[in-house]
Write a protein that binds this ligand. Structure first.
Ligand code: HEC
Length: 114
């Protein structure tokens, strides 16, 4: 008997967290975020915020076209616990300051939902 295996959404998030938590070489010396690098790091975020930064769930915010400074502030506040959300808090703690800047540059550069 063949039985299809459907991954529970939480399992998928955990797998994605493992991917994002994998150490990568730090080669960027710029202070502004790198949107190309951010696009790779954003694979983790797509599960909830959508591949184009537009979410499919009414309770998950769109990120496409958001101001980069606001994105950095929001993610940093989840990381340090100033802003509390069980999902984002867990994710933000895996991100470095450079990851956050790169992700902000990536999402800020996407076209907002019309
Ligand atoms: C498991 C689902 C999930 C994943 C994966 C996820 N997020 Fe979120 N994100 C949320 C939810 C839910 C909120 C709203 C939380 C709240 O009410 O504060 C949120 C909020 C945010 C906000 C604040 C938006 C605003 O308008 O204030 C930012 C920025 C953000 N996420 C960035 C990211 C980034 C970057 C990633 C990938 C590294 C990511 N998220 C991955 C679920 C997720």
């Amino acid at each position: 008997m063949m039985k299809s295996i459907v991954l529970h959404p939480i399992v998928r998030v955990v797998v994605l967290l493992l991917i994002v938590a994998t150490p990568k070489p730090a080669f960027s010396t710029t202070s502004a975020g790198d949107a190309v690098s951010g696009a790779q790091k954003a694979i983790t975020c797509a599960a909830c915020h959508g591949e184009a930064g537009v979410s499919s769930n009414d309770l998950w915010p769109n990120l496409a076209g958001q101001k980069p400074g606001y994105l950095i502030k929001a993610i940093t506040e989840y990381k340090d616990g100033t802003r509390k959300d069980p999902l984002m808090g867990t994710i933000a703690k895996t991100l470095s300051a450079e990851d956050i800047k790169d992700l902000a540059a990536h999402f800020a550069g996407l076209a907002p939902k019309k």
